[in-house]
Design a protein around this ligand. Sequence first.
Ligand code: CTP
Length: 209
Amino acid sequence: MKPLLIGIAGGSASGKTTIAQCLKEEFEQTRSVVIIREDDYYKDQSEKTMAERVKTNYDHPFAFDHALMIEQIDALLAGQAIEKPVYDFVQHTRSTLTEVVEPCDVVVLEGLFVLEEPELRKRLNIKVYVDTDADIRFIRRLMRDVEERGRTLQSVVNQYTETVRVMHEQFIEPSKRYADVIIPEGGSNVVAIDLLKTKISSIISPNML
Ligand code: CTP
């Protein structure tokens, strides 16, 4: 049977990863669940210098290799294993490592453009948008990028004001209209996450997979 494909979109640092992880933990006792992060499909920039890489607009769809992502999603939906890229946020390019993902029952796709990109959207069985206020997202992003992604406070502020905020308003926020479920306040919304789990359980009853 075809795997169930769940898409989780939302702004940067809205809580997409937390919700994807909650779903994985809930269902992996009985089902094989994999999380595919759109971030891993950022284009390879190994031919560029670091100075050039820093200038990329990482919040525009052109920054991603969506063709490869769609090809690999289709392979998973066809019950095949994939060897997916792994992204290195510190080096701003694809890592030299890849990761093998085995065929599974449930695929959770999480990323900025999962609802915006029509070819991804049309494949989704459940479409989720994580709707977290911009001030909270900015604070989280600042802390995360400094602690985990090797950034300075000033670089995070510059990137946010020059590209992240503008692209969010142009591409990400409007994609909310395509969602089946909108989760306010991201990963801390226990009731909304429970409702989502109940819906998924009803779909992945033994007859459906
Ligand atoms: N990004 C970056 N530098 C790169 C590549 C990406 O700063 N070399 C940033 C982009 O600006 C984009 C963000 O990474 O806004 C995408 O990741 P984000 O959605 O913030 O992280 P997730 O963990 O996928 O989501 P969440 O925080 O909602 O769990």
